[in-house]
Design a protein around this ligand. Structure first.
Ligand SMILES: [Zn+2]
Length: 177
């Protein structure tokens, strides 16, 4: 009997532990001020965000931090957005900047969410990337400089471009009907 009680106690303890864990899938959008005192995450403010790496670490989940600030790459075919076809807007999960519209998304078969055109010329920053023995163009968020992925010139018309983006750094805003 004692043993059974002990098992129940331990399992209750562990299940409670599970609930007590902070939700690392959800970033906190409160008190995320940059060095000038501005709130970092905003869907209306388009001014540039300057934040110390330590502060990014506090705001972003470890996975988001790895992609956005350490230029990591998520494993292919792991993003929920890879086969996502709802109508709406894809934003930068770190700062809220509008990046891509769903009508420019296409199935590239490369394993990452792919788009042929960003929302605007200023929504993305382009940087030459010569790492890993390849000549590529890195794309970063135009507002907070989060690493998003790369752009290639084998995309569909009308642009002929393929923006190959890590889904981890995207969030989706469904169009209100
Ligand atoms: Zn951003």
């Amino acid at each position: 009997m004692k043993q059974i009680l002990a098992i129940i106690f331990v399992s209750v303890l562990f299940s409670n532990c599970g609930y007590a864990q902070p939700d690392r899938t959800k970033k906190s959008t409160m008190d995320n001020k940059d060095t000038t005192g501005k709130i970092v995450y905003s869907t209306t403010d388009t001014s540039k965000v300057e934040l110390k790496e330590d502060d990014w670490k506090k705001i972003l989940t470890p996975e988001q931090y790895y992609i956005a600030r350490q230029k990591g790459t998520e494993r292919p075919w792991t993003s929920k957005f890879e086969k996502h076809d709802e109508v709406g807007l894809y934003r930068c999960v770190a700062c809220g900047n509008a990046l891509f519209r769903s009508n420019t998304k296409f199935d590239s078969g490369c394993g990452w969410p792919s788009f042929y055109e960003p929302v605007s010329k200023t929504s993305i920053i382009y940087t030459p990337d010569n790492t890993l023995g390849m000549t590529r163009t890195e794309v970063q968020c135009g507002r907070c400089k989060a690493h998003l992925g790369h752009v290639f010139d084998d995309g569909p018309p009308p642009t002929g471009l393929r923006y190959c983006i890590n889904g981890v750094i995207l969030e989706f805003e469904k169009k209100k009907s």
